[in-house]
Design a protein. Structure first.
Length: 350
């Protein structure tokens, strides 16, 4: 009753308009912050050190201001429209891709109460809006009036459709395990999940990474393809298509595509941390302390998953288009169906 009264008073004092504005502002702030974290720590530094080089070092201490320099550079560039382009569709395409990324952040919880919208169908919403980016990519490819761009757009559409299926099927195992589609509910289900050790004692708070390890691997592979990261970067293969659907883009619009790519990588890493690694939950930490510690733990797990994503990106060679499609339809989808079957059997048996 006290909680309901406090919520009602908060709604009266702030108003839903201001509350919505605060949530939108917070999500809009997280998008560039997440993208900058990944660009600096992984694209500029981690990969550089793995390849025995330093990376950017001139702007700020140890190159910490290099992302800001890159931002200023893109803002200064001329915004060019190709002569034969469909100007309206061409201009709107990067914003459609960015909108997909924005909506993905709305349902990812960073703490017990730190979430923009705690939907009962949060998993369904996240997977649905993550697919909307393909519309913006197709818009960019078609409106550019460039054969490389349209080829890249069509490749991206085929790839995203193929790898969306194993991603959804991998998440079904988690939903079956948790018994809910709410992302907050899935975090709490992992907090209550118990594993018996030889029948002697039980361990509580085991993340779904243990029973859903196959689903976790499938999800990460599918996310790598959704992000068009190597070895699944055929839509932007520079040796064949220049930069694919982004070939004709310059200045701020190219920056939006670039930012959406890394912000989406951060979002997918956060989503996988929520589904398989326990999200913000820390054993033994409850109440106000969880509100403080939870976001820190969530960012740490997201950075860890991000390291895996970029490690794979700079380790494996690019697949051919037939290999890319065959891997999705012949390997990942059958494995994800096996994962669902095993989850159902163990759910009933144990």
């Amino acid at each position: 009753m006290t909680s309901v009264t406090s919520t009602a008073l908060l709604a009266v004092e702030i108003g839903w308009q201001w509350l919505t504005a605060i949530k939108v502002g917070a999500v809009l702030a997280v998008i560039p912050v997440g993208a900058l974290l990944y660009v600096y720590f992984y694209l500029f530094k981690a990969v550089s050190h793995m390849q025995s080089r330093l990376g950017p070092m001139e702007a700020g201490p140890h190159g910490t201001l290099q992302p800001v320099v890159e931002l200023v550079k893109f803002l200064q560039k001329e915004d060019i429209f190709p002569e034969r382009a469909d100007r309206i569709v061409f201009a709107l395409a990067p914003f459609v891709v960015m909108m997909s990324t924005f909506m993905l952040y709305l349902v990812i919880p960073a703490g017990p109460r730190l979430i923009a919208e705690d939907l009962d169908t949060g998993v369904f919403f996240a997977l649905a809006v993550s697919s909307l980016s393909v519309i913006g990519i197709l818009m960019a490819g078609w409106a550019s009036a460039n054969k490389y761009s349209i080829t890249g757009g069509l490749r991206a559409a085929g790839q995203l459709i193929a790898y969306e299926l194993p991603m959804v099927l991998a998440v079904i195992g988690v939903v079956m395990q948790a018994g809910t589609m709410s992302l907050q509910g899935i975090v709490r289900a992992q907090a209550d999940y118990e594993v018996s050790v030889f029948g002697l004692f039980d361990i509580t708070g085991i993340p779904f990474l243990l029973p859903q390890f196959l689903g976790f691997v499938i999800f990460l592979i599918a996310a790598q393809a959704e992000l068009t990261q190597t070895p699944f970067d055929m839509p932007v293969a520079e040796s064949e298509l220049v930069t694919g659907y982004m070939t004709e883009y310059t200045g701020v619009r190219f920056l939006l595509f670039f930012m959406a790519e890394f912000a989406s990588a951060f979002a997918f890493a956060a989503l996988s941390s929520t589904l398989f690694l326990g999200g913000w939950y820390v054993p033994g930490v409850e109440g106000t302390m969880a509100d403080i510690v939870g976001p820190i733990v969530m960012v740490a797990k997201t950075m860890l998953v991000g390291f895996v994503i970029f490690w794979v990106r700079f380790t494996y060679p690019r697949l051919r288009e037939d290999q890319l499609q065959g891997f999705a339809w012949k390997v990942l989808i059958p494995l994800s169906l096996v994962n669902i079957l095993l989850t159902g059997v163990f759910k009933v048996a144990f």
